[in-house]
Ligand binder design. Structure first.
Ligand code: TYD
Length: 207
């Protein structure tokens, strides 16, 4: 089973992913946790370019989209497909929906073109379940401290992040059978409990 964690910056999805990984491992599942961009040696190099870790590198939104998807293609081929093939549960901290939300809704690139690029990069692999941690954009950015901020958090304005958050909601509404939305403003322990409940139910349905 392939589960993606999505949401605006500062939504707490990485914390929730760690909680769920522990919950599933305790239940006896093999869990493979990955993050985007990154998760492979090539992907981590691409991540450094994308997030401006090597200094400020100018990137056009189309270059952003291509680099995110190059990292994704490598991650799918090198880690995700082999893990799914041996029956592991794969938890991804961001996946293709982030490209649609950030480069599509946020930067204004045509969704139809991005969807074609994503299909090419992933070979058509889509998550069985996407968990959206929804939070008003300003609340998410306020949670991130100065040092931990990426190029997307520093260089893009609040209106951009509001379009991203609205984009995620639109994507969730399009595919209600494959998405589940959580209120990321809730207490982390309570949220972890709700996430575990939703995923346990989905795993039971599949077995
Ligand atoms: P990261 O430090 O991983 O942030 P987070 O903890 O919020 O996931 O940085 C990833 C940044 O890249 C984040 O601002 C979202 C952005 N992003 C895109 O713009 N497009 C994409 O396809 C992906 C995967 C991420």
């Amino acid at each position: 089973m392939f589960i993606a964690f999505e949401g605006p910056d500062g939504s707490g999805k990485s914390t929730q992913l760690a909680h769920l990984a522990e919950h599933l491992r305790n239940a006896g599942h093999e869990v493979v946790a990955v993050r985007e961009p990154g998760g492979t040696p090539a992907g981590e190099l691409i991540r450094a370019i994308l997030l401006g870790e090597g200094g400020d590198i100018a990137l056009d939104p189309r270059a952003d989209a291509l680099l995110f998807n190059a990292s994704r293609a490598q991650l799918v081929a090198e880690v995700i497909r082999p893990a799914l093939a041996r029956g592991a549960v794969v938890l991804a901290d961001r996946f293709a929906a982030s490209t649609l939300a950030y480069q599509g809704y946020g930067s204004g690139l045509p969704l139809v073109e991005l969807r074609a690029m994503i299909a090419f990069a992933t070979g058509g692999l889509t998550p069985d379940l996407t968990l959206l941690f929804d939070l008003p954009a300003d609340a998410g950015l306020a949670r991130k401290s100065g040092d931990g901020r990426t190029r997307f958090e520093e260089g893009f304005d609040t209106a951009f992040h509001e379009r991203v958050a609205a984009g995620f909601r639109a994507l969730a509404a399009e595919e209600p059978d494959h998405w589940h939305t959580f209120n990321a403003g809730e207490a982390p322990e309570r949220l972890a409990h709700e996430v575990a409940g939703v995923v346990d139910a989905a795993l039971t349905r599949r077995s």
